[in-house]
Design a protein around this ligand. Structure first.
Ligand SMILES: [Zn+2]
Length: 166
């Protein structure tokens, strides 16, 4: 093979390997988000991370929950975790979303606005917003009301609180 034909062949191979269009530039936020999602998927039970990674489940509720948890980890410092008991809930209940929080560690736990099923399963009609999980699968803390802000306020007040005396 002559040097010329080899060069031509390499050029042809390179053209085939290179994408037709350069990939779009990602912003720093998008890169951070993608890294957080990848890290979260790596920590999850493979049964659930495989579900999220498969093409037909891209828009599933569990995939959406992964994105939400990653985003709030970046923005609010909530745990980058989605343990199996919570992942199972997102798969079983399409309207569950990560909005209730552990009062101890800030873990975002599955929550839903009152669905018919939830109302029929609770004895107290005013308590139709009962959490799916009552204790945190990460630290065993109590799952509180659905507000990211509650956790942030608690953290802020803990930080600004004067050191305990005695
Ligand atoms: Zn917790």
């Amino acid at each position: 093979m002559t040097r010329y034909s080899l060069e031509k062949r390499v050029a042809r191979l390179e053209a085939r390997i290179r994408p037709a269009e350069p990939p779009p530039e990602l912003t720093a936020e998008e890169i951070r988000f993608n890294q957080a999602v990848a890290e979260l998927l790596g920590r999850m039970d493979p049964r659930f991370s495989c579900h999220v990674l498969s093409e037909e489940n891209r828009d599933s509720n569990l995939a959406w929950a992964v994105g939400f948890i990653a985003l709030h980890h970046i923005e609010d410092g909530t745990p980058l975790e989605l343990p199996a008991p919570a992942a199972e809930i997102y798969l079983a209940y399409p309207d569950a979303f990560p909005r209730q929080q552990c009062q101890e560690c800030g873990f975002l736990s599955p929550f839903t606005w009152a669905s018919d099923e939830r109302i029929s399963n609770t004895t107290d009609a005013t308590n139709s917003l009962a959490p799916y999980l009552e204790t945190c699968p990460l630290c065993g803390g109590e799952i509180g009301w659905p507000s990211v802000f509650t956790y942030n306020q608690n953290q802020a007040s803990l930080k600004s609180a004067a050191p305990a005396t005695g």
